[in-house]
Design a protein around this ligand. Structure first.
Ligand code: BG6
Length: 472
């Protein structure tokens, strides 16, 4: 729908940018930090590891100054659980607490609102060894107690909290759960148990948040994006609806409604994935839903139906990690109407508006965009500049759609670009860059890690300064 008049961004709209601890901090074995599942992950020889990352642990002051010059109103970062509790539970590591106190104080001194992700993929390895990690119900209390410690320690300066980053991905990527082995069915089954336990842990954490009288908002950061039907064929439409359910909605249905919807129950039962649910779990979720939703949005997907056959029986998945096809449900296909990034992620700004509307219609909660950005092979030219016009175009078009979603009545109160500064990409090392600030390190050559403002830095700076009026 087009509108005659456009809403403007409110004067307190939170313009921001994001990172995560293991992708920026480095100092993997410093400051008393314990090991996370990321630290022990089998190294992919094609990409760098995360042990030094971009050395933010030592350079955070320089980085925060760059954020302040950029005009950020909010900075989303995550706390490395194993810097606070090296073993995931038990003794507190005061050096880790001091690091985050310093970082938060630095942000606050520039009037930058800290938005904390409590846990962003780097789960304590020790908890996997102690009791199997998220697959055990013991994980519930350890997560809650860790979050409570953060609320009590940093809550005087932090208003916005994200509980778990992309739980839907954690569930489907075995290494993020600390799982080994090749039995994909078993991994999925365990993944859904982990998913359930994480939902209970989230609800209990939100309960604690309220009991402590914390001011502000709390909720998950979900990877959520529209799934389009590839054609007008009703089977494709059904496939897109089912894909939305099993990729995205199942999770928010649990967080926000304490509900395993009937079609999702059937999906789990058919595959033997149904987790153990204890009495009271679903009521707890119903009673303590999130007070905001964080959305990570990069691309949309387009699907056709994918009937199960003898060759592809129900439960068959085409891709081992993030499902690109599930027999009996859907198959992702190329959308010829959309351009894609160098990694094949289809660029769909209107998909963001649709995503926001879908979330609003289903859950009616305030929304903050916690990740949105374009990964690219950036090049530093001889004049020390990265001319990342493609990134500016990507962000510009997506932010325009956020504005249109405001017209549609969606309560979006902030936008965090991914990322503030080049980080080590989860799967593509330093090849795939996202930041407004270039870091001159390569995969295997750390160089000096100089910080260099890209063209997009200046564009975002003027966009923030004009409160969104300078969108082109
Ligand atoms: C999200 C994660 O999945 O996507 C980030 O929360 C990640 O940690 C981002 O970096 C982009 O993914 P990638 O693989 O391009 O780094």
């Amino acid at each position: 729908m087009e509108h005659k008049q456009n809403e403007t961004f409110s004067s307190d709209f939170l313009w921001g940018a994001a990172t995560s601890s293991f992708q920026v901090e480095g100092a993997q074995n410093e400051g008393g930090k314990g090991l996370s599942v990321i630290d022990v992950m089998k190294k992919n020889p094609k990409i760098t590891d995360f042990s030094v990352a971009i050395d933010h642990y030592h350079r955070y002051k320089e980085d925060v100054k760059l954020m302040a010059d950029l005009g950020l109103k909010v900075y989303r970062f995550s706390i490395a659980w194993t810097r606070i509790f090296p073993k995931g539970n038990g003794e507190v590591n005061e050096e880790g607490v001091a690091f985050y106190n310093d970082l938060i104080n630095e942000l606050v001194s520039y009037n930058i609102e800290p938005l904390i992700t409590i846990y962003h993929f780097d789960y304590p390895q020790d908890l996997v060894e102690q009791y199997g990690g998220w697959m055990s119900r013991k994980s519930i209390e350890d997560y809650r107690a860790y979050a409570e410690f953060l609320f009590k320690t940093f809550g005087d300066r932090v208003k916005y909290w994200l509980t778990i980053n992309e739980q839907d991905h954690v569930v489907r990527i075995p290494s993020r759960l600390g799982l080994t082995g090749d039995d994909r069915y078993e991994q999925m089954r365990l993944g859904y148990q982990a998913n359930h336990n994480m939902c209970v842990a989230t609800a209990l954490t939100i309960k604690t948040f309220h009991e402590l009288g914390m001011k502000g908002k709390i909720g998950p950061a979900v990877s959520y994006s529209m799934v389009h039907p590839a054609s007008a064929h009703p089977d494709d439409h059904l496939a897109s609806k089912d894909a939305m359910l099993i990729k995205h909605n199942y999770l928010l249905d649990l967080h926000c409604r304490g509900e395993y919807s009937k079609p999702f129950q059937t999906y789990l039962a058919d595959r033997n994935y149904m987790p153990q649910i204890e009495d009271g779990d679903l009521d707890l979720m119903k009673q303590y839903p999130p007070t905001m939703i964080g959305v990570n949005y990069y691309f949309s997907e387009t699907v056709t139906s994918f009937p199960a056959t003898e060759e592809f029986p129900i439960g068959y998945q085409k891709e081992a990690l993030l499902a690109e096809a599930e027999a009996g449900v859907f198959q992702v296909v190329k959308n010829d109407r959309l351009q894609a990034t160098d990694w094949g992620w289809e660029i769909d700004p209107v998909g963001l508006r649709l995503t926001l509307r879908e979330l609003n219609e289903r859950y009616q909660l305030p929304i903050i965009i916690t990740e949105n950005g374009m990964g690219a092979y950036d090049e530093l030219d001889e004049g020390d500049m990265v001319h990342d016009d493609y990134r500016i175009a990507y962000l510009n078009e997506h932010i325009k759609q956020v504005q249109l979603a405001l017209n549609d009545g969606v309560d979006v109160f902030g936008y965090c670009a991914w990322t503030f500064i080049d980080v080590v990409s989860g799967r593509n090392g330093m090849d795939k860059r996202y930041g407004f600030v270039y870091v001159d390190r390569e995969n295997f050559d750390l160089k000096e890690m100089r910080r260099i403002k890209k063209k997009s830095y200046y564009w975002y700076q003027s966009m923030i300064e004009s409160n969104g009026k300078r969108l082109t």
